[in-house]
Design a protein around this ligand. Sequence first.
Ligand SMILES: *Cc1c(COP(=O)(O)O)cnc(C)c1O
Length: 389
Amino acid sequence: MTTAFTTQPTALGAMKVARRPTLSRMHAPTLQTIPAAVAANVGRMRSATDATIMAVVKADGYGLGAVTVARAAIDAGAEWLGITDVDDAAELRIAGIEAPILAWLNPSGVDVARAVADRVDIAVGSVDELRQLIADAATLPPGRVRVHLHMDTGMSRGGVPLGDWAELLRLARSAAERIAVVGVMGHLPCADAGDPAANAAAVLRMRQARDAVLRAGFGPLIVHLAATAGTLTDPAAHFDMVRVGAGLVGIDPSETVSLQGAARLTASVVHSSIVPAATAVGYGGAFVTERQSRLAVIGVGYADGIPRELLAGASVAIDGIRCPLVGRVSMDQIVVDTGDVLVPRGATAVIFGPEGGAVPSMQEWARWSGSIPHTIVTGIGARVERTIA
Ligand SMILES: *Cc1c(COP(=O)(O)O)cnc(C)c1O
């Protein structure tokens, strides 16, 4: 949206005053998902690997809507979907998505009946989990539960440690009537960096895991290890399938390629004012104006996911102008300095988006808050409206 500005004399001297934008209705804070960006990012992954692409849509598609992100990714060539909890499959199946799905964490335990009904493969990360799964599967009508064996490839955050592989495989073989071992997975300990040297040991461990599972008589297998960064930087880690999550929404943890941001967060200016020099702004008067300033209050705050701890430089874009945040972030609002322009109530502020220029990126918000862009996009609050571009 563009707004024209005119210079008008006012009681406080000549200044720029924005004409009311044509669309001056207030709008609720809105997080827009951009499926075309997801599709472009899948295309970028496709150019980096011949492996099958699994679109990871955990945490509600990194906050952008699991169904929306999954659909866009599948339309662009992803063939599998990855989730952390079997329960997350239901909405994908209800939406008519037929792609194979893998669930690998299942924090509240696996409802095997549900997994079978929703056609979800289960990754097991310990001997105990496999034992439980086999016991649960025995209560179902005849048929086999599809299982991926999750091997610890060096992260110690999940996966079966090397010392337990023999027992795991023995157990799996003994239950061949109830479970079908169809995949082997690992996770790169440096999954958040483009660092093939640091991943080499994990790649080797993955090959050992694959060979051990094949030797135990299972196969054919889908072997998968790499996430976004490994997909973009380390072909040795690709195996049969790559699991791409962050990359779908425009985050490259390896910071080696430029992906398209798939999210835009906007909110309205709810109030604007001209204040004299030496005016304290926000809680605790943490910011004091140095000069007469035009301020705009925007109706989003930390309850909507705006990080409260921010470095200098944090800004939003209003009508193509970068406006720095001043004072503390409140629960429901932030205040920005709009420079020479008094921005009218109802104007749209872009908190982040893919446009570039004045519009901050998720990556910039991550830098300003000492975090990673994942936390920005997954942290947007529940009361923020969701739309699809
Ligand atoms: C989240 C996750 C992924 C996706 O990682 P990104 O870096 O977001 O692409 C892949 N595999 C596992 C096991 C994960 O938990």
